[in-house]
Design a protein around this ligand. Structure first.
Ligand code: AMP
Length: 282
C-alpha cells in the first residue's frame, strides 16, 4: 500500500494506471475510519482493479463556529484499516498542498445546497463540491463511492458530476448502523454515555415515520410534526435542527407523500451534530 501526499505524484500514478487499462475506484473521506467507510472500501475493492482512499479533513467545508480543530483524527488506525480493506493507495494531502497560498476557485452547486444541512451550514456544500471536484481531477477514478448517510452530499455530487461533465460513475452505498440503529459516524466520538443512549432515537424516528407512511399517511406536515414530537420525547437532550420530507432528487419539500421521498433529520446532541435519513419509494 502506497501513501501519497503530493498532487503531481498522485496524478502521474493514476494516469499511468489508466494507460495500462486498470479500472480505478476512489473513496473520499475525512478519516477516523469506521465500518461505514469500510463498506465503501469493500465495494471499491470488489468493483475495481485499483482501490484509492483519500483522507483529508477539508477546512473549506467547516463553518467558523464548527468543529474543524476538534474533528477526530487517527492516522495510525486509519492506515491499519485501509490495509485490512486492501486499499492500494492512500492519498493523504496536507491543507497547504490542497489549498496553497493563492487559492481562489470554488464550486457552487445552486438550489439543492440551500436546504436541509445547507440551510444551517452556509458554505458547507461549496466546500464539499470544491474538494470533491479537486480530488476527482487529481485521482481521475472510473468510479467514486459515497454513503447514503450523507444523502444531500450524494445529490449535490451527482449534480456537479452531471453539470461539469466529469467522467466518473457515482456509486452510493447504504448507511451502515450500530446494532441499535445509530448510523456510524466519526462524530459519534463526541457523544457522552448518556447522549449515546439517546442517539438511536434518530433512526427510531425515521422507522416510525416509515411505518406511518406505509399505513397510509400522506401529509408531510402532519408526519414531520409527529416525528419531531417522537424525537423530542426519546432524545430530550437533543435539539432538532430540521425534520423534513423532501423529493429525493430536487430536495424540495413535498406537498404530498408520493413517489421517491427522502425523510431526513439533523439533531444537535451535546457536542455532536448528528444526521440521518431514509429513502422511501411510496
Ligand atoms: P466522512 O469521512 O464522514 O466525510 O465520510 C466519508 C464517506 O463515508 C462519505 O461518503 C460518507 O457518506 C460515508 N459514510 C460515513 N458514515 C457512513 C455510514 N454510517 N454508512 C455508510 N457510509 C458512510
Amino acid at each position: 500500500m502506497k501513501i501519497i501526499t503530493r498532487i503531481k505524484t498522485m496524478q502521474n500514478l493514476t494516469q499511468k494506471l489508466r494507460r495500462e487499462g486498470q479500472r480505478i475506484g476512489f473513496v473520499p473521506t475525512m478519516g477516523y475510519l469506521h465500518d461505514g467507510h469500510g463498506s465503501l472500501l469493500k465495494a471499491c475493492r470488489r468493483q475495481n482493479d485499483i482501490s484509492v482512499l483519500s483522507i483529508f479533513v477539508n477546512p473549506v467545508q467547516f463553518g467558523p463556529q464548527e468543529d474543524l480543530q476538534s474533528y477526530p483524527r487517527d492516522k495510525k488506525n486509519d492506515v491499519l484499516l485501509a490495509k485490512k480493506e486492501n486499499v492500494d493507495i492512500i492519498f493523504y494531502p496536507s491543507e497547504k498542498v490542497m489549498y496553497p497560498g493563492r487559492y481562489l476557485t470554488y464550486i457552487h452547486v445552486d438550489e439543492i445546497t440551500a436546504t436541509l444541512c445547507g440551510a444551517s451550514r452556509p458554505g458547507h456544500f461549496r466546500g464539499v463540491a470544491t474538494v470533491v471536484g479537486k480530488l476527482l481531477n487529481i485521482i481521475q477514478p472510473h468510479r467514486v463511492y459515497f454513503g447514503q448517510k450523507d444523502a444531500q452530499q450524494c445529490v449535490v455530487i451527482r449534480q456537479m458530476v452531471q453539470d461539469l461533465n466529469i467522467p466518473v460513475r457515482v456509486c452510493v452505498l447504504p448507511t451502515v448502523r450500530e446494532k441499535d440503529g445509530l448510523a456510524l459516524s466519526s462524530r459519534n466520538a463526541y457523544l457522552t454515555e448518556k447522549e449515546r443512549q439517546e442517539a438511536p432515537a434518530l433512526y427510531q424516528t425515521l422507522k416510525m415515520a416509515e411505518a406511518e407512511i406505509r399505513r397510509g399517511e400522506q401529509d408531510p406536515r402532519r408526519l414531520t410534526q409527529m416525528m419531531a414530537q417522537f424525537l423530542n420525547s426519546r432524545c430530550p437532550q437533543g435539539n432538532i435542527e430540521y425534520v423534513m420530507c423532501v423529493n429525493a432528487e430536487t430536495l424540495e419539500p413535498v406537498k404530498i407523500i408520493q413517489g421517491t421521498v427522502l425523510l431526513a433529520l439533523a439533531v444537535r446532541l451535546g457536542k455532536a451534530r448528528l444526521i440521518d435519513n431514509v429513502l422511501l419509494r411510496v
